[in-house]
Design a protein around this ligand. Structure first.
Ligand code: FEO
Ligand code: CA
Ligand code: CA
Ligand code: CA
Length: 665
């Protein structure tokens, strides 16, 4: 068994055995008009629909961008860009860089105590699991700012709700502890500390009269949800379902690998469970995965965390059903610290990147990518307007239809329902009931012919136009050149689509490639004048429709010339005005990090953005330092944010304009 840990979402191989068409196949189908696309922003991309004139600009600004024939259309580059900053250059500094005129503050780094009776963060990582249960978690990811009050007060005080995706054994343990998980009390303490570093933090934050933000110690809203917090199950897979019965832990608890997130129209937060399979393993050589487990990438070695060696909860040979507690979206009410998080099973079980909510005709719609190479893109639509569900004292997330996307070569696509008894999902085909369909969501999507994608990550809805943007971070294989003749597709791209009439409850859509990431020095398909970047992951359309794009280049490729990533430098965030394709680099992160999670106060004058895994083992920097980071030497790649050889710590950035204006404009 390998003791190497695969960190985060650097899972190189998918687990989709089907021959379902991939988006790459479709793009390269000779009859596809997409095959003509240069894939880049700007006029080349805009001329995607050959022979169709694009609409006049002025009349289009702010209007729904769909012409009378239901084809996507877009303003041209005649629109003056709404971006108001000078883009920064790529760099490989161990620092956060932002444009002139902006200010950055670091708040709530990993280990920040949320209550006054909690021990301070220890620079040698000697804080206990019990400390970590009451300190800010590790590896900040998806995030939202919930104002506590309306009006101006909402721009000065609120709840920052932050996902903590995973922990790094080289950073969270002391040199004395070491990183190895042993089958004894010391090993159990280490697994417990890791579990406590996962989950979600709810943190009250405030701005003072000098414009400085800080967390509120002992706020009644402060809360940690961890890998140990009791949780409920709701929807078609109830908590008494046989596949949820653990023989170790009793009632289900915990949420793990919370990547991106969602915010419901009724003001709750959705934390999504992504690479949960990696935490499970076994040393029992007789254990073999079922087809369902194999489809979710479950294996004896997992990702090398080896938690099973100290905690039978994670031993596949001892406690098989514990697996089924994960792969869901978890609803948390940040305003009620006593509430129990609820796993909403109607949204399906897969590697949820995020759960982006919008609404049409009063119904809540949730878009969610399954981030694995060759996996699928889903949406959920509530049966009734969400207010009606709530008036009936039922959750809009428990009563609805889950769909999976199928993309056609001609620029159209459709949503296929994953409903028991419909299509291939019949008893005759071995589908027992809707709970079975949801527990085996990936296999149900296989059966209905969903389209394989290159790692679908974040989704955002441009509410002004109805466009939905989906990042496909990178990928390879699927038997065809990928996207503008790239296979492997090391830089990724962004697809956008629009549902019929802009109604998110519809089952047909039109789609196009919006933006092809990369560096023209290595890939002539990328326009030479486009801001270089790679592996888009986070994407968020702000209240004015500016698109924020965040990157997560894997640490095995970051900064490396032999991977075509040397010019791009460290991970970054860019802003894009989708009306004219203006794309500018706004922020570059420190070494070894990814940039993820972005939101603003309602007045759009304070932005929050996360730096995840600074200082993580990164091939390029390991080679410079003569080795990978270890518990004895965790600073080989980075000392961000506090420098001077101090331990790297994931943290949240607060970004403001010195003149107090809207961010990015
Ligand atoms: Fe956790 Fe797919 O990024
Ligand atoms: Ca990542
Ligand atoms: Ca992500
Ligand atoms: Ca990612």
């Amino acid at each position: 068994m390998s003791d190497e840990i695969i960190l985060g979402d650097e899972n190189p191989n998918g687990s989709n055995p089907t021959r379902n068409p991939s988006l790459a196949d479709i793009i390269h189908t000779p009859t596809s008009r997409r095959g003509l696309m240069r894939g880049a922003l700007g006029l080349a991309a805009m001329h995607f629909f050959a022979g169709r004139a694009f609409a006049g600009v002025a009349a289009r600004v702010g209007a729904a961008a769909q012409d009378s024939n239901g084809i996507l259309s877009e303003a041209t580059d005649a629109v003056v860009s709404r971006l108001g900053f000078t883009q920064i250059a790529p760099n490989s500094d161990d620092a956060v860089t932002v444009p002139a005129g902006y200010r950055v503050q670091v708040i709530v780094p990993w280990g920040t105590p949320l209550w006054s009776n909690v021990p301070a963060f220890q620079e040698d990582a000697s804080n206990t699991a019990a400390d970590q249960e009451r300190q800010v978690g590790f590896n900040h990811d998806g995030m939202h700012f919930f104002p506590i009050h309306g009006g101006q007060a909402g721009n000065r005080r609120g709840l920052l709700v932050v996902n903590h995706e995973y922990t790094d054994a080289n950073q969270i343990y002391s040199a004395a502890q070491g990183s190895t998980i042993t089958n004894d009390a010391a090993g159990r303490e280490k697994v417990q500390k890791a579990l406590a570093g996962h989950g979600v933090s709810v943190i009250e934050i405030r701005r003072d009269n000098h414009g400085n933000w800080s967390h509120v110690v002992d706020s009644p809203f402060n809360r940690r949800v961890t890998g140990n917090t009791p949780v409920h199950f709701s929807g078609p897979v109830p908590k008494n379902h046989p596949m949820l019965q653990s023989n170790i832990t009793g009632a289900p608890r915990g949420t793990l690998n919370n990547c991106a997130h969602g915010v419901t129209p009724w003001g709750t937060y959705l934390a999504c469970e992504e690479n949960w399979n990696g935490y499970f393993g076994t040393d029992d050589p007789t254990w073999t995965p079922t087809p369902l487990e194999a489809r979710y990438g479950v294996s004896r070695s997992g990702f090398g965390y080896n938690w099973h060696r100290a905690e039978p909860r994670f031993d596949l040979a001892v406690n098989r059903n514990e697996l089924n507690h994960f792969g869901w979206c978890v609803e948390i009410n940040p305003l009620d610290p006593q509430s129990t998080p609820v796993k909403r099973t109607a949204l399906g079980r897969f590697k949820h990147e995020g759960a982006t909510c919008t609404e049409s005709r009063g119904r809540v719609v949730v878009y969610s990518g399954d981030d694995e190479n060759g996996d699928y893109f889903y949406k959920y639509v509530s049966n009734r307007p969400w207010r009606q569900h709530r008036a009936r004292n039922e959750s809009p997330l428990d009563h609805g239809v889950l769909y999976v996307a199928q993309f056609d070569a001609n620029g159209s696509g459709r949503w296929i329902p994953l409903v028991h008894g419909q299509g291939a999902l019949t008893v005759a085909n071995g589908w027992v009931d809707q709970a079975d369909v949801l527990l085996r969501t990936r296999m149900a999507a296989d059966a209905v012919g969903a389209t394989r994608l290159h790692r679908p990550e974040w989704v955002t809805v441009e509410e002004q136009t109805g466009f939905v943007y989906l990042t496909l971070t990178n990928g390879s294989g699927n038997g065809a050149p990928v996207n503008s003749n790239r296979d492997p597709n090391p830089y990724g791209h962004i697809v956008r689509f629009r549902e019929t009439r802009g109604d998110h409850t519809e089952t047909d859509f039109q789609w196009e490639v919006f933006l092809l990431a990369g560096d023209s020095a290595y890939d002539p398909a990328v326009p030479a004048n486009q801001a270089i970047f790679g592996s888009p992951d986070g994407v968020w359309s702000d209240n004015d429709g500016i698109l924020w794009i965040q990157t997560d280049i894997s640490n095995s490729s970051q900064n490396r010339a032999d991977r075509g990533y040397d010019n791009i430098g460290n991970n970054m965030m860019l802003a894009c005005d989708p009306r004219n394709g203006d794309l500018r680099r706004f922020l570059v992160g420190p070494r070894g990090c990814e940039i993820t999670g972005v939101c603003m106060t309602p007045d759009m004058r304070t932005m929050f953005c996360n730096v995840q895994h600074p200082g993580e083992s990164t091939t390029f920097w390991n080679n410079q330092a003569g080795g990978a980071p270890t518990v004895q030497n965790p600073t080989r790649v980075s000392s961000w944010p506090f420098g001077s050889g101090r331990r790297p710590r994931p943290a949240t950035l607060v970004i403001t304009r010195i003149d107090g204006g809207k961010i990015g404009q």
